[in-house]
Design a protein around this ligand. Structure first.
Ligand SMILES: NC(=O)c1ccc[n+]([C@@H]2O[C@H](COP(=O)([O-])OP(=O)(O)OC[C@H]3O[C@@H](n4cnc5c(N)ncnc54)[C@H](OP(=O)(O)O)[C@@H]3O)[C@@H](O)[C@H]2O)c1
Length: 318
């Protein structure tokens, strides 16, 4: 397979670009990012996908600044919605499979029964980022539906098979390199709190599942492998892929501090302590879908591995 990755310099994209070459079914990895792939440019998808004709595209590029999306919802729709339709239509025209990476924020997070969101549940985004990502899912589905190759997740699950060349992979709370991820932000904030002799305030009423970008990358590679395998199950459908377990932002932060051996006084606060343009879902827990090769490991195990890597939290103090 020749596999193209958009957003190749981002957190998930860079993990994929690192992981894909070790998969035996991968012949070539095409790594695309700004400026050659630009979600603002309606000709970008056709130019790249039409020219290089990959067998599959993993679409990781997105405008992930959720507060930015809330300030400019039209631009969010362009980048996270309309642009996905352009990519999907070009994939259809060249016969390429497509993996669209989406988010738990397509759900409003108002559930109070403690159950995770299943892929079959109707989404209802509560903020412009979630709305734009849902629009991207819909645009991709419309492009594949036009050829009769869309999936019906419920029907496929019932039949025990997946045959369509479009996969939507919803995930949540990604951490890993590059850039300032949540663990790094917490370590930097802890240092500031200690310097100012203040306690570190942690949000305790937002629940989700921290997900290690390299683990998600492996899961996507395993899904692609199913498509590449003769008589494989294909990879179509809506997949909810997160590490095992769940946590509040506060619990996640405390685990980061524990693993880094940072001793700082902490206090729990509600998310309303810091009003933001975008409202994150209070309950963002996804019910994971069965993955070839089994479920991803618990988020704490993944976090421990991430934080044991050289330089994994050195940037935070800078
Ligand atoms: N991060 C999370 O917690 C999270 C949670 C759930 C779902 N997701 C989804 O997972 C996927 C990967 O997220 P991530 O955390 O890897 O995001 P990321 O680190 O922000 O990477 C996004 C990538 O998209 C590129 N990009 C941004 N604006 C672009 C534009 N206008 N045109 C072309 N490329 C553009 C970025 O390039 P530059 O770096 O040059 O701007 C970057 O390479 C996204 O679809 C996101 O919606 C993320």
């Amino acid at each position: 397979m020749r596999v193209a990755v958009t957003g190749a310099g981002g957190r998930l994209g860079s993990a994929l670009v690192k992981t894909l070459p070790s998969a035996p079914f991968v012949r070539e990895v095409l790594a695309w990012d700004l400026p050659e792939h630009d979600l603002d440019d309606p000709t970008s998808a056709e130019r790249l996908i039409g020219t290089f004709r990959p067998d599959a595209v993993v679409h990781c590029a997105a405008w992930t600044d959720v507060d930015g999306c809330a300030r400019d919802p039209d631009l969010a729709m362009r980048r996270n919605g309309t642009a996905v339709g352009e990519i999907a239509r070009t994939c259809v025209s060249v016969g390429a499979g497509l993996v669209v990476v989406s988010t738990n924020e397509v759900f409003d997070g108002s559930r109070t029964d403690g159950l995770p969101y299943a892929p079959t549940e109707p989404p209802n985004p509560a903020n412009p980022y979630g709305a734009s990502k849902l629009q991207g899912e819909a645009a991709a589905r419309a492009a594949f539906q036009a050829t009769g190759r869309d999936f019906d997740a419920a029907a496929l699950a019932e039949a025990g098979e997946q045959v369509a060349p479009l996969a939507i992979v919803r995930t949540a709370w990604l951490f890993g390199r590059p850039g300032m991820d949540f663990p790094q932000k917490i370590l930097a904030a802890a240092e500031r709190s200690r310097d100012q002799h203040q306690s570190l305030a942690l949000v305790s009423d937002e629940i989700g599942t921290p997900t290690y970008a390299p683990d998600l990358a492996w899961a996507i590679v395993r899904l692609l492998a199913e498509a590449a395998r003769p008589n494989g199950r294909g990879f179509g459908g809506i997949h909810h892929v997160v590490n095992g377990g769940q946590a509040s932002r506060a619990a996640w932060a405390r685990e980061v501090l524990r693993l880094a051996g940072v001793d700082v006084v902490t206090s729990d606060v509600p998310s309303t302590t810091w009003p933001r343009p975008s409202t994150p879902p209070a309950w963002g827990v996804l019910q994971t879908t069965p993955l070839p090769g089994g479920p991803l490991r618990d988020w704490r195990v993944a976090l421990a591995e991430h934080m044991s890597l050289p330089n994994s939290h050195e940037e935070a103090g800078g």
